[in-house]
Design a protein around this ligand. Structure first.
Ligand code: PLP
Length: 354
């Protein structure tokens, strides 16, 4: 495919690693490509980073047809830059697109775009421990009409942001509030798609939890509010006795790549992993009788986020004395080790940028 590259006249100064934060600083360029139902994908281009111009009636602004992905480029000790399981993101984006009636991108084309863009911006991948270059591909319906219908025009964009270490002061277990009012998604809805609308619907519960001093909510299913689904914008796992339990992908849960990777690492180390329904009653019992040994969230941004406290209907439970557990730590060390190239990637998950 042809990607037209227009380089920025002046390159920005790279920030100091200690000031990065998450998603506040952007690189010099961005990738943009348009789609029309008759023409297909066209006008693939890398241009200087800057504002997009869209019609005030653009579909995305009114009807929320937007999907996105999140993955990172990691700087290895030998100076090379690598991605982690990029094909998984590409496939998931196409699944999300299918659900929202947005156009899919052929896998080889999507990979070529990602590689070309990351290769051009790779100097922006910071080298300090725990830092990375966060990549945000996204797509939105871009018809210039208020009529409600399937999308005829769309735009695909990739932006990149150098991000700091998630755990600057070491890994601190988080406090989580179990949400029994709002729900994030329902079966038959868009829960399995990575779409902005799911986040809009999550904001109220997140804000309420924050006001009470919790960092995230634990979501229950949208029908009975009985089964555990996710934690904030991460998948969730529990160690109950010797079993690792994670909610099965029922349709309302986002199929996380970190989740999938955790399951594969755990199985390779001989753990018993169950993807199944986990009711709040079962979880409550495990909290009461002490069989709940560890709990953690998993996702690209934090990799692994240990849960130190759960609050359900104003009752508070401490997990593993509020400290990170052995299995949680093992997963964190293994995944980050592979991602930054410090331990051997026996799974074939890393993808070097040339
Ligand atoms: C992105 C996301 C995750 C984590 O997925 P990863 O591929 O592991 O980053 C989990 N839950 C939600 C709601 C998400 O949007």
């Amino acid at each position: 495919m042809e990607i037209k590259i227009t380089k920025a006249a002046v390159l920005k100064e790279k920030p100091d690693s200690s000031t990065l934060g998450f998603g506040k600083i952007f690189t010099d360029h961005m990738f943009v490509m348009d789609w029309n139902c008759d023409k297909g994908w066209y006008n693939a281009r890398i241009v200087p980073f800057g504002n997009l111009s869209i019609h005030p009636a653009s579909t995305v602004l009114h009807y929320g047809s937007e999907i996105f992905e999140g993955l990172k480029a990691y700087r290895r000790k030998d100076g090379k830059v690598q991605l982690f399981r990029p094909m998984e993101n590409i496939r998931r984006m196409n699944n999300s697109a299918e659900r929202l009636c947005l156009p899919q991108i052929p896998e080889d084309m999507a990979l070529e775009i990602l590689e070309t863009f990351v290769a051009l911006e790779q100097d922006w991948t910071p080298a300090a421990e725990g830092t990375s270059l966060y990549l945000r591909p996204y797509m939105f319906g871009n018809d210039e009409t208020l009529g409600v219908h399937a999308v005829h025009n769309a735009t695909y964009v990739i932006i990149a942001s150098p991000v700091g270490s998630y755990y600057k002061e070491g890994i601190n277990p988080v406090k989580i509030m179990i949400e029994d009012e709002d729900v994030r998604a329902v079966r038959g809805g868009t829960g399995y798609a990575k779409c902005g609308g799911n986040y809009a619907a999550s904001n109220r519960a997140g804000q309420r939890a924050e006001l009470k001093g919790y960092s995230q909510v634990l979501w229950l299913d949208g029908v009975e509010r009985k089964y555990v689904e996710e934690v904030g914008a991460m998948n969730v796992m529990f160690k109950i006795g010797d079993e690792i339990v994670t909610p099965m992908l029922s349709g309302s849960i986002l199929p996380g790549i970190t989740r999938k990777s955790c399951i594969e690492v755990l199985k390779s180390k001989g753990y018993k992993v169950s993807e199944r329904l986990l009711s709040i009653d079962e979880l409550g019992e495990a909290l009461e009788n002490g069989t709940l040994k560890e709990a953690w969230g998993c996702g690209t941004a934090a990799v692994i986020s240990p849960i130190g406290e759960l609050c359900y209907k104003d009752k508070k439970y401490t997990i593993n004395k509020g400290e990170i557990g052995q299995t949680t730590q093992m997963l964190y060390d293994t995944l980050t080790g592979i991602q930054w190239g410090n331990i051997e990637d026996s799974f074939g998950w890393t993808y070097e940028i040339k």
